[in-house]
Design a protein around this ligand. Sequence first.
Ligand code: SF4
Ligand code: MG
Length: 336
Amino acid sequence: AEKLLEVRKLTAGFVTEKGLVRATDQISISVDKGQTVCLVGESGSGKSVTSLAIMRLIDYAGGMILEGNINFHGQDLATKKQEEMRHIRGNQIAMIFQDPMTSLNPVFTIGEQIAESLQLHQNKSGKEAMKIAIELLKLVGIPAPEIRAKQYPHELSGGMCQRVVIAIALACNPELLIADEPTTALDVTVQAQILDLLRKLQAELGMSILLITHDMGVAAEMADRIAVMYAGAIVEEGTVEEIFNHPSHPYTNGLMLSIPGFEGGRGGELYTIRGTIPPIGQLPAGCRFHPRCPQAMEVCRQQEPPNFMVSDDHRTACWLFKDHPAEADDRDEVRR
Ligand code: SF4
Ligand code: MG
């Protein structure tokens, strides 16, 4: 399959009173054309920082990229000027967030907001843009789009508003949609409808999706590949089948057990991993998960595990797999 996005060893950080802190650590992840990749982890694991870094919106949040590459169509987004990034954000990569209300402007009708995006990014005339806006509202499953187009955000439910936000994202005809917890603020039935919509749009439009979620159940339903993040790093990555059939990292195992009703789960009782994620800039020595890991060994307290290949298409950063080959990128490290 054709690679659309390839993030390599991306480290991003923030300047604080205490100096520079690293918020993500050498993130490597790639998304093929038409594929959905899920970035999964508890809140505070660095998922949102990763997506903001890929979009280079991190520059506006007091952060910066410290090392690594973001290859998108043969160009490195990590070193682009903001002027160029604005063009890419308007035309090739779109992003949607958890709370649709923060993305919508209360004083404009939803038709005007979609049309504005079309006029801005696709040079459409006002009349033409409104016509396409109504088409887009239809595409995202909003009934009576001609009427809805004339309404304001507060006249629509949360689920309908998220559909509008998706329509705005689609207005730029993106090749990649980055969705950060797009259903977390919605109730369960609406959540399922929005996920269905994303799947349907992907099948129709062929776009790629990078979906950020704390919910393993959502990832199971949506992902072709899953990357599990913990304390700023990807600790396990592989195809959805590999991750669910052979979860390898103890942190992933913990996340699995917390899925209600999942096989091996605690009889529907919500299992929570003991302890909490260390705050950024305060990582323990060795394996970043060792203070919470039920299987921690002596080596785990001292040496950070490299990525080991569980199978050809599945890596885990855990010493329990030290008999497996290390990932190509990490081989030198292991030899040393
Ligand atoms: Fe647990 Fe050690 Fe694996 Fe870290 S490297 S997850 S502490 S077993
Ligand atoms: Mg987040």
